[in-house]
Design a protein around this ligand. Structure first.
Ligand code: UDP
Ligand code: MG
Length: 338
């Protein structure tokens, strides 16, 4: 039996179809949104699933919100979530996950760097019983050599120090089962380094390979400093190894100073003391001063995050939530209660 492809989700539910939610964080993506939606829906139309697409407008200052509303008018499977301002991609994804009602949820970027076609394979893997299906990129077209190198270095370092392995070259593009999402929702931290949080919850996981395309239009909103910030967030929320570095370096420097002291003592006893040593003294003073500032800085990174966590502010604020017309209320409240 073939079902009408765009029937309301509750009708499809009655035929035993599961609901797939697609969460799309959107920040100033007016240039690509329509093309993205079209390409996404071409894939969705082929899937034997009820579908809702939750667009999260993360405080866009371009016509994105308007386009999203238009999409929702035209397609009953579109839900639009508007945040009160720009909270950042991690918060936008969290908002989307909180509001998506699907039995499985896919997170995908709006800029067409993540190919929607892969979702079909993700769903297949989910059917096989995997709770988390991640997309691992094999190439990064359209990204500078510097960005590639720095991301490689970052992941290598992070994995060396973090307790849970954080998969390399895996972005936020992934499918998660309902229970994996529920687990994720129980992590309340404000500092949402999603890649790490995703890894932390565990569950049977499968990797699919894909080629990351260049941005379709518009430009990446991740400037250099924003990426540095993200890297620091990742490190500090998954390991306190940097705090330990200060201890270790302190011990090493002290040991070095003792040895040197002994050496100087012996030298003075044997050869007398013709008072050289200003440059070496200056070197040591500056070196130690720098080390101390670095150690204080590292402590500050943790203290700052503690400060943010302690305020317990909400991760995002909603301006507006328009659920997909095709997903009926009863189904939604049942999912919420579960
Ligand atoms: N994004 C967002 N809030 C932000 C920045 C980005 O919701 O503050 C969205 C953006 O619209 C896109 C996704 O997050 O759908 C990835 O953003 P981008 O392409 O800038 O990141 P990159 O691909 O360089 O990692
Ligand atoms: Mg992108």
């Amino acid at each position: 039996m073939t079902l009408p492809l765009k029937s309301p989700a509750f009708v499809e539910r009655a035929f035993g179809l599961d609901l797939l939610s697609i969460v799309v964080p959107v920040h100033n993506e007016a240039a690509v949104l329509t093309a993205f939606h079209e390409r996404l829906m071409q894939v969705m139309d082929e899937l034997p699933l009820a579908v809702e697409v939750v667009y999260v407008d993360d405080g866009s200052s371009d016509p994105s919100p308007k386009i999203l509303r238009q999409l929702r008018m035209r397609d009953t499977r579109v839900a639009v979530l508007e945040l009160s301002r720009n909270f950042g991609k991690e918060a936008a994804m969290t908002a989307g996950l909180d509001h998506a009602g699907g039995d499985a949820i896919v997170v995908i970027d709006a800029d067409l760097q993540d190919p929607p076609e892969l979702i079909a394979d993700m769903v297949a893997a989910w059917r096989e019983g995997y709770d988390v299906v991640v997309a691992r990129r094999t190439h990064r077209d359209g990204e500078s050599g510097f960005k590639k190198l720095s991301s490689k270095l970052f992941y290598r370092t992070l994995n060396r120090v973090s307790a849970v392995p954080i998969p390399v070259d895996v972005g936020d593009f992934r499918l998660m089962s309902r229970r994996a999402v529920e687990a994720l929702k129980r992590l309340p931290e404000r500092n949402r380094y999603m890649k790490g949080l995703f890894a932390w919850v565990g569950f049977p996981q499968k990797e699919l390979l894909y080629v990351r395309e260049a941005r379709h239009a518009g430009r990446s909103q991740w400037g250099f400093w924003k990426l540095v910030g993200l890297a620091l967030d990742g490190l500090t929320s998954f390991t306190w190894a940097p705090l330990r570095v200060a201890t270790v370096v302190g011990v090493l420097v002290a040991a070095g100073a003792l040895t040197m002291g002994g050496f100087i003592l012996v030298k003075t006893l044997l050869y007398g003391d013709p008072v050289p040593g200003y440059p070496s003294l200056m070197c040591m003073v500056l070196f130690l001063g720098g080390m101390q500032l670095l150690a204080i800085g590292i402590q500050g990174e943790y203290l700052g995050r503690l400060f943010v966590e302690s305020k317990q502010r909400p991760i995002y604020l909603l301006k507006n939530w328009q659920p997909a017309a095709s997903v009926n209320r009863a189904f939604r409240s049942r999912e919420r209660a579960a």
